[in-house]
Design a protein around this ligand. Structure first.
Ligand code: SF4
Ligand code: SF4
Ligand code: SF4
Length: 150
């Protein structure tokens, strides 16, 4: 777990409130994995290029003991099929249930950021909550075989 002060170094520090929190509160939620760096809309602005990646590095790998899930960024074309098909999203995101994919405020296992899928909350994946054999949909439907589940 990273220190909140360290995480704050890579947040805008403006307390703009778009996330409904102060930057310090947002940093604390990053540590508990209730929020991911991508959930701060300001970090998607060009002035903050590289900050999301820096925060991801500080936070370290997702949930110890989680089944390995990785996305080959070289193969991923950002089509979003996996995000739309994800068993967790279909069960927990209202718009996804209608076949339209999760909305920006939804908590998701992964989403497309700048044309590549980024894993945010692997701990929500059905494979971890239930069992590895319970779901393989994202990998099965990926047209480029970019998702590796082990
Ligand atoms: S949206 Fe970003 S900049 Fe605004 S308060 Fe939240 S963390 Fe801070
Ligand atoms: S389905 Fe495959 S290529 Fe499409 S966004 Fe997901 S990982 Fe990337
Ligand atoms: S394996 Fe996990 S991430 Fe992939 S579709 Fe199933 S629930 Fe979603």
């Amino acid at each position: 777990m990273a220190a909140v002060e360290e995480l704050l170094e890579f947040l805008p520090g403006t307390d703009c409130g778009q996330c409904g929190l102060t930057c310090r509160e947002f940093a604390a939620h990053l540590n508990t994995r209730e929020l991911a760096p991508e959930d701060c809309p300001v970090l998607h602005e060009p002035d903050f290029a590289g900050y999301i990646e820096a925060l991801q590095e500080l936070l370290g790998p997702v949930a110890a003991g989680a089944p390995a899930m990785s996305v080959d960024a070289e193969k991923c074309n950002g089509c979003g099929i996996c995000v739309t098909m994800c068993e967790y999203h279909l069960g927990n995101c209202a718009e996804a249930r209608l076949g339209r994919g999760p909305r920006p405020g939804d908590t998701v296992v992964f989403k497309v950021v700048n044309g590549t899928v980024v894993v945010l909350h692997q701990e929500l994946c059905t494979r971890l909550i239930q069992a590895a054999e319970k779901c393989n949909k994202c990998a099965d439907h990926c047209p480029t075989r970019a998702i590796i589940l082990t």
